[in-house]
Design a protein around this ligand. Sequence first.
Ligand code: F6R
Length: 368
Amino acid sequence: EKGGFDWFMRKEIHEQPQAVADTLLGRFDADRRLTLDEVRISEAELRTIDKIVIVACGTAFYAGLVAKYAIEHWTRVPCEVEIASEFRYRDPIITGRTLVVTISQSGETADTLMAVRHAREQGAKVIAICNTNGSTIPRESDAVLYTHAGPEIGVASTKGFMTQVAACYLLGLYLAQVRGTKYGDEIATIMRELESMPAKIQKVLDAQQQVLDLAAELVDSKTVLFLGRHVGYPVALEGALKLKEIAYLHAEGFPAGELKHGPIALVEQDLPVFVIVPPQGRDQLHDKVVSNIQEVRARGARTIVLVEEGDHEVEPYADVLIRLPQASTLLQPLLATVPLQVFACELATLLGHDADQPRNLAKSVTVE
Ligand code: F6R
């Protein structure tokens, strides 16, 4: 049942190329227009939307943070992302022109469900991005966009996250098309790049031995930091959450630019710091992140740098280089997340923990 893997989690990490491909599949009509059949909200209505609010918990919340960057860039509609358990208790500003997007693998998370009910009571339209057919959240929403990850058994979400991110890109592109933004004309190009991602995810998996060895080297760590900027920031948060959940290791993710405002005080000799570097050249943040790597390294950190192939600038400051296939900035999370998942799974294994059934956690949290 685990297909030769020791954990469902490891099996699910390896299913990610297929899961992402399945989520992207069949979204074009004969005229190469993006169609999201399940999104039963009229195009006229989607054109009146003046705000998007993404609501989710945990890993799904981080997928929402990635989505914000893509959706705002492509649609120019303001997009907020909120933790579901915080959402309805603060009297959020929701109107008939707000589009609420929930993200939930299980479709049963109580915090997210309560947010759906609250949003609809305020007159908002709700689209559920969900992996579980017929579950409660899509049933109570106006529309659903299914991820096609297949069943996710490991408590820690992996292919769930990756397909949520992919589905959010689809939704963002669809909204750009419907609303006729300038990116509406680039959809075919962006979709082609998206469709190339499963093969690149596979390349990252094929190179995982290095990450397994790294886990063995870092098995005695007490704290691990993750730094990123732009979409690399939610990837950093996700990398940290995976370590907390299954390796029971203290870990934090920070936006790299915030380092100097406090967290850099944590850096001491040999502290492992993972850094996600944005693509070189095409991205102004690249050089700033390279300086962040220098800063933590100068203070003794052991730097583990996730960086695209062909970027040699970081080499002098990296103790370990994890190479990623090239991708545009917005799509890089689909690659950069993978080594972090592999690292957490391996570390949990080496520490003798059950990677599929971490203590104190349940696969779907049906209480508020
Ligand atoms: C993390 C994890 C949780 C879930 C969260 C939301 O690995 O599994 O943080 O992502 O509980 O669950 P769903 O997506 O089912 O609403």
